[in-house]
Design a protein around this ligand. Structure first.
Ligand SMILES: C[S@@+](CC[C@H](N)C(=O)[O-])C[C@H]1O[C@@H](n2cnc3c(N)ncnc32)[C@H](O)[C@@H]1O
Length: 408
């Protein structure tokens, strides 16, 4: 942190003292404003002499109510406050983590690795709670200048049961937007021109695993329909293992938004488990141009959705057979390990309950995409969407990389 004292051991600052230079001051009962521009902290009305108290070399702006905070400390030039036992502010974490509405503005990130990746990508930490100074030191402290840093005891952390209390760092961030983050090619490698589209993936564990696979396969981006689970839900974050800060993930999109986000030349394929089972259509069979659904021996009752985010509306559902007859005559089926990439490629994965929506199939058709099938043994209906995404994304990556080699 520029311009502040640097010490090896954390400095504990006694009651009412918040100076980085350890100057003691008398008891304050007023709000203290730290002024970024002036690199100082000013107490607008000092109780002793009515002069602003200057705290030099501090590059942060915040207001601290000294009536409720009694102890402050400092680590490597970063000022923090200590939470009173029983302080209620920790409960805010659980409230944000548990409320979709609150998560429209703020998100909770757990653990030093995730918080570190978020800070490196340019996400804005508003309040950071830590229980271990060593863990705090592993973060890029220069990126916490505008952050309210608070030390808590692990026992205090027990107030939230939803959160992972084994974490030494938990932070509230302004909800990050992919368009404002930086995704380091140097750190994570060059992306392949492959976009994953999630069509109403509702299970948080599944979505997190899908995102993790997309990051691991070096995808260009992930686009999510409005019906998908919130990407900032804790279970999604935990399963995604940092994927949120490795590649652009754009949630809450309509199908029109999705088309607009894709390069004009992108071919969109659908991952389609409805195509066949191995008994009728084994690995050596060339997939047929277009077969009627009844040719495939599907498990009965599959339906295609017409509105990805409104799966309760039974009127929006049509039988697959009707749908195929009407809409997707030209959508061929092919086995996933034969060539399907050329230039920018996109892949749609269906959700757990209804699989692919009508809009997904229409988009594939418009871009001359195909149905990609991972052949399964007889009697198996489908794979879990995260597993299917993993298989297909890594195949897509392999094909794109060999295409690149051929072109070079
Ligand atoms: C759990 S499945 C959907 C199950 C849903 N009940 C249905 O029957 O459509 C979730 C998604 O994973 C993909 N998937 C699953 N198994 C697949 C397979 N064998 N081949 C290609 N995609 C598959 C499809 O995109 C599918 O929509």
């Amino acid at each position: 942190v520029s311009g502040v004292v640097s010490v090896n051991e954390p400095t504990e600052i006694s009651e009412g003292v918040i100076s980085q230079t350890s100057e003691r001051s008398s008891q304050h009962n007023n709000d203290i404003t730290r002024n970024t521009d002036k690199s100082s902290i000013e107490n607008p009305v000092s109780p002793n002499n009515s002069q602003p108290v200057q705290f030099s070399h501090i590059n942060r702006q915040k207001v601290i109510n000294l009536t409720s905070r009694t102890r402050f400390g400092e680590v490597d030039g970063l000022l923090y406050e200590k939470l009173h036992p029983g302080d209620k502010s920790l409960a805010k974490l659980a409230r944000i983590a548990g409320s979709k509405k609150l998560r429209e503005h703020q998100v909770v990130l757990e653990g030093k690795h995730l918080v570190c990746s978020a800070l490196d990508a340019g996400a804005e930490a508003q309040t950071l709670y830590f229980s271990s100074v060593d863990a705090l030191r592993e973060l890029p402290l220069d990126k916490l200048r505008q952050t309210n840093v608070v030390k808590v005891k692990m026992e205090d952390a027990q107030v939230w049961s939803e959160l992972d209390t084994s974490q030494e760092i938990i932070a509230i961030f302004k909800r990050p937007e992919a368009s404002r983050l930086t995704f380091s090619e140097e750190k994570y490698g060059r992306a392949v021109p492959l976009t994953l589209i999630c069509d109403t993936v509702r299970d948080p564990g599944n979505l997190g695993s899908v995102l993790r696979s997309a990051a691991a396969a070096g995808c260009h981006s992930v686009l999510l329909t409005k019906g998908c689970v919130d990407i900032w839900e804790l279970k999604v974050l935990r399963a995604a293992m940092g994927a949120h800060f490795r590649l652009p993930i754009i949630p809450n999109l309509t199908w029109t938004d999705i088309s607009n986000h894709l390069p004009k030349t992108s071919t969109v394929h659908v991952a389609d488990n409805h195509s066949t089972t191995m008994g009728k259509h084994n690995d050596n069979t060339t997939p047929q141009k277009h077969r009627r659904p009844s040719d495939y021996g599907w498990v009965k009752g599959h339906q295609y959705q017409s509105k990805a985010h409104d799966d309760d509306d039974a009127n929006d559902l049509c039988s697959l057979e009707d749908y195929c007859d009407e809409n997707s005559k030209s959508l061929e089926t092919q086995l996933y390990y034969t060539d399907w990439v050329a230039g920018h490629t996109s892949l749609i994965i269906g959700g757990e309950t209804h699989g692919l929506s009508r809009e997904a199939l229409q988009l594939a058709e418009r871009t001359s995409g195909r149905r990609l099938l991972i052949p399964m043994v007889d009697g198996v209906d489908s794979l879990n969407s995260a597993i299917a995404a993993g298989v297909l994304l890594f195949e897509g990556r392999k094909q794109l990389l060999s295409l690149e080699k051929i072109r070079v």
